[in-house]
Design a binder for this molecule. Structure first.
Ligand SMILES: NC(=O)c1ccc[n+]([C@@H]2O[C@H](COP(=O)([O-])OP(=O)(O)OC[C@H]3O[C@@H](n4cnc5c(N)ncnc54)[C@H](OP(=O)(O)O)[C@@H]3O)[C@@H](O)[C@H]2O)c1
Length: 251
């Protein structure tokens, strides 16, 4: 059993503990409102303080609020041989390493809720076998050797969250037009899973795939044209630019 210490025992921590259940990990978690409920799990031990988490685990996972996380880490004493993985949005390696030294520093990003089902892709920078083994229990792992590419990829965390709002909006439209709400919810989820399966399995490019999907004069073409006329598809790029500015630490 490998012990992982968790600083910031909130929503993400709970998703990750649920996803890793029964896969060889135990958790020593920092006090919080949510920690009390999580403490009822057999794989979770409650610590009395953040420092007790750091003292009790060689692998420390940081799920603290992104705004205050580094300042909180600077108040703690880490030791050589420890490894710290930050899941906080916008964490850059150099300031993290400075805050947790002499421990080793690593960064990750994941969707969160999907990890509770072992289905959320996880980013890891730089590579590390111990963290890779943990993240692999939560979904496919994407290793990075280049920080610029890693930071850009972390914007997918916001995309993941936004996709719930898209699914909610679509579900409400189908329900408002006479479909049972729970049937609509399942249909939308199955449609997106199916199309994602195409992307994961076909070797053809999207430019080659889309002509076979949008029949000239058909309903897909009509929908895509109407969305394009409203700028709905192009709007993703400037919106993701805002996220990128945030995760780069530029705003
Ligand atoms: N939620 C996601 O799906 C997701 C996905 C990827 C990355 N992230 C990242 O994960 C981090 C946490 O997000 P979250 O959604 O889990 O937030 P959250 O639910 O608010 O959890 C944050 C936790 O940190 C605790 N905390 C605050 N100050 C603390 C301190 N000084 N010492 C110890 N614990 C402290 C809070 O305790 P109290 O509740 O007692 O105040 C809370 O339990 C963020 O940096 C975010 O960027 C989240």
């Amino acid at each position: 059993m490998t012990t992982i210490g968790i600083l910031g025992t909130g929503h993400l921590a709970e998703f990750l503990i649920r996803g890793a259940a029964g896969k060889g990990f135990g958790f020593l978690v920092a006090p919080s409102r949510r920690a009390k409920t999580l403490g009822a799990r057999p794989d979770v031990t409650l610590a009395a303080s953040n420092q007790q988490v750091v003292d009790g685990a060689d692998l420390v996972l940081v799920c603290l609020p992104a705004r205050d996380g580094l300042a909180i880490l600077q108040t703690l004493r880490f030791h050589a041989g420890q490894s710290v993985l930050s899941a906080m949005a916008g964490t850059r390696l150099a300031p993290l390493a400075a805050a947790v030294g002499p421990a080793a520093a690593h960064c990750t990003m994941m969707p969160g809720h999907a990890n509770a089902y072992g289905a959320g892709p996880c980013l890891l920078y730089p590579a590390d076998p111990a963290w890779h083994a943990f993240l692999a229990t939560l979904g496919p792992v994407h290793g990075f050797t280049d920080e610029t590419a890693f930071v850009t990829a972390t914007a997918f965390g916001a995309l993941s969250g936004a996709s719930f709002f898209l699914m909610d909006s679509l579900t409400r439209w189908f329900a408002a037009n006479g479909m049972d709400g729970s049937d609509a919810r399942r249909l939308i989820a199955e449609t997106l899973i199916g199309n994602a399966t195409v992307l994961l399995n076909e070797t053809a490019s999207l430019a080659e795939i889309t002509p076979g999907i949008a029949t000239p004069g058909g309903i897909t073409e009509a929908l895509v044209r109407a969305l394009g006329a409203k700028g709905a598809l192009d709007a993703w790029h400037p919106a993701l630019d805002i996220v990128l500015t945030r995760v780069r630490g530029e705003s």
